[in-house]
Design a protein around this ligand. Sequence first.
Ligand code: ADP
Ligand code: MG
Length: 308
Amino acid sequence: MKKILVIALGGNALIRRGQTGTFEEQVENVRHIAPSIARLTSEYRIVLTHGNGPQVGNLYLQQECAREIPAMPLHACVAMTQSLIGYMIQTAFSLCCPGIRVNVIPTRVLVDPDDPAFSNPSKPIGPYYPESNVENLAKKGWRLVYVQSRGWRRVVPSPKPRGIVELEQIKASVENSEITVAVGGGGIPVVDRGRGLEGVDAVVDKDLASSLLAVLLDADLFVILTDVEGVYREYGFPNQVLIRELCCKEAKRLLEAGYFPQGSMGPKVEAAVFFAEKTGRRALIGSLDRLEEVIKGESGTVVRRCVY
Ligand code: ADP
Ligand code: MG
């Protein structure tokens, strides 16, 4: 039996900096990285996960714009982006690597209705706005945050993933397809208030949902791909250095000391630590353009259990 590899794709796998995110752009971006993923199917059964921040924000905004059509709630928009992005991934693979089966699983993720994240929105979605728009957007009841050097962005609650509803379907797909796409956009957030599972307006962090899935699948390896070489010490300062290896205790110490920001590197390190601690196996954080080197340990950051 081939080993199981879970790969979490960062936002730039779909939309690169400076792009608006047309359908063609997103397919082309995935097509660029698809061959390196396809080559790994000779050794691994692959589970791909992905974010949806820009896409779900745009779609949610479209609900407001088309006034004559009923607006769908945020959790339904997450569901729509899972299918849309899954389809774009399928298209990219069928263009570059025909013969590779890509199976997309709509996935719900269980969250706690009392998660403190519901009263403290932190997940940025959709476009960046200039300062001049902030007052009007705040009047609509939006919560906004300033993202360094890029502008203001709407934020929504991002509760912790507690369980994966479609786990059995994902397992079955992993047995039968070269590539399974699951927990897209962090999964559709649902709560159990005792009358069945119901969607809630939130966007779950894709790195945390991916690591929960990797643990529940008992994956052999978990890789988080993003737009930097790996985890840096003193990131953004002239003395920044790439951390090649991070053990869980040290990672947790740095997380608690606030070295890794909440909306970006923080959840990646937390997700990697969760996987490494639960499984005793390695989690890797590296660049989207260097997947094969990251897997060989020649690039990126390795997160592992401490030996002492
Ligand atoms: P993704 O879409 O891949 O999830 P994010 O923007 O959420 O990407 O996170 C990656 C970003 O994290 C990098 O582009 C970088 O600007 C930022 N970052 C913050 N702190 C660090 C750090 N210590 N090391 C590396 N990158 C960091
Ligand atoms: Mg992110």
